[in-house]
Design a protein around this ligand. Structure first.
Ligand SMILES: Cc1ncc(COP(=O)(O)O)c(C=O)c1O
Length: 328
């Protein structure tokens, strides 16, 4: 089975054509605190704790063919992330949704990467009451930009070259809970640089005991004996990961969350990553060794990838973007 060249389809199919907008919106549109504008002009105050201390949670939802995918799931997760770090968003659910619709409408994009964050905001500067979350002023930021591909059509077609980090482990959930989608990225970014140095394209991180957690900005699945396995702890509960579980149920493929030790990877038949920014990304090698003896994507990975996009374009859990909001 051939993998669908989704980026090519986005670039050529009329239903993906961007609505005309002023050139300054080329990079996309943003909302910062209380106003809308071009992404290129958006900024964050230097003293925002999100910037200074990575004290923030965020989420990313995607738009394709003019519709959000699983917007409710993403909004629900952001609300959970806020609660997990004792942060109160300045926006309620309806206001948040309206901002997300409006930034996509302002960008005119039919395929978009839509990022939004709630930060701890401005600290009680010069006063000693950082012990009280109520003394901060949380802030809300959002932007919509052209769809982001963590792995492009060619990489997904031939399979990614993964590296399992030796130098880094994913931060302990007792230090920073990865289920609250947060700004702590250094472990994942350092593992990515290590992957580059070791001739790979993307990194996977174990925990202290050698069990897989997730990849940089993505969840990992290992297919063994026809069953798709994904780590049950130490990782973000990805919406694409959940979508893959749903697709497995539809396609009659076994799927489960479980512990997976690094030593078990030698008998993996297939490995793929999942994330909003790139969908389902098959791998061909791990640490320089071909996966499943093939050195190309496996059939289950390709079937899930193609089904994911077909189902999305059929309207699966889709919320059409309110492009009329660009006027208001
Ligand atoms: C650390 C991490 N894990 C997993 C994911 C995948 O989550 P989702 O499928 O909801 O995009 C992301 C997405 O950015 C992430 O940052």
């Amino acid at each position: 089975m051939e993998i669908l060249r989704v980026a090519d389809i986005m670039a050529s199919h009329p239903e993906h054509e961007r609505d005309p907008r002023p050139e300054i919106y080329g990079l996309g549109a943003a909302f910062t605190t209380d106003h809308y504008g071009p992404l290129i002009e958006a900024s964050v105050p230097l003293v925002d704790c999100g910037f200074m201390h990575a004290d923030a949670v965020y989420d990313v939802v995607s738009v394709s063919r003019g519709s959000f995918f699983r917007l409710d799931h993403h909004q629900e997760r952001l609300a959970r992330s806020c609660r997990a770090i004792r942060l109160e968003s300045p926006m309620d659910r309806e206001q948040e949704a309206e901002i997300l619709h409006r930034i996509v409408a302002l960008s005119g994009l039919k395929d978009a990467y839509v990022w939004w964050a709630v930060t701890r905001g401005l600290p009680p500067l010069g006063r000693g009451d950082m012990i009280d979350p109520k003394q901060f002023s949380p802030r809300f930021y959002a932007f919509a930009s052209p769809f982001v591909w963590l792995a492009d059509d060619d990489q997904r077609a031939r399979g990614m070259d993964l590296v399992l980090s030796r130098e880094r482990v994913r931060i302990s959930p007792r230090a920073v809970d990865p289920r609250a989608k947060n700004f702590h990225w250094l472990d994942m970014q350092m593992a990515l640089f290590e992957a580059g140095e070791r001739g790979g394209e993307w990194a996977v991180l174990p925990d202290e005991d050698g069990y897989l957690t997730e990849a940089t900005g993505a969840n990992i699945f290992v297919v063994r004996d026809g069953v798709a396995l994904t780590p049950d702890t130490g990782c973000l509960e990805g919406i694409t990961r959940q979508s893959v579980m749903d697709l497995c149920a539809e396609l009659g493929i076994g799927a489960k969350t479980t512990r997976i030790h690094r030593d078990e990877l030698d008998d993996a038949d297939e490995i793929f990553l999942t994330t909003t920014a790139g969908s389902i990304m098959p791998a061909r090698s791990l640490d320089g060794r071909p996966i499943g003896g093939r050195n190309r994507p496996g059939e289950i990975s390709i079937a899930l990838h193609n089904r994911y996009w077909e189902r999305r374009w059929e309207g699966w859990d889709a919320t059409p973007v309110r492009y009329d909001l660009a006027e208001g």
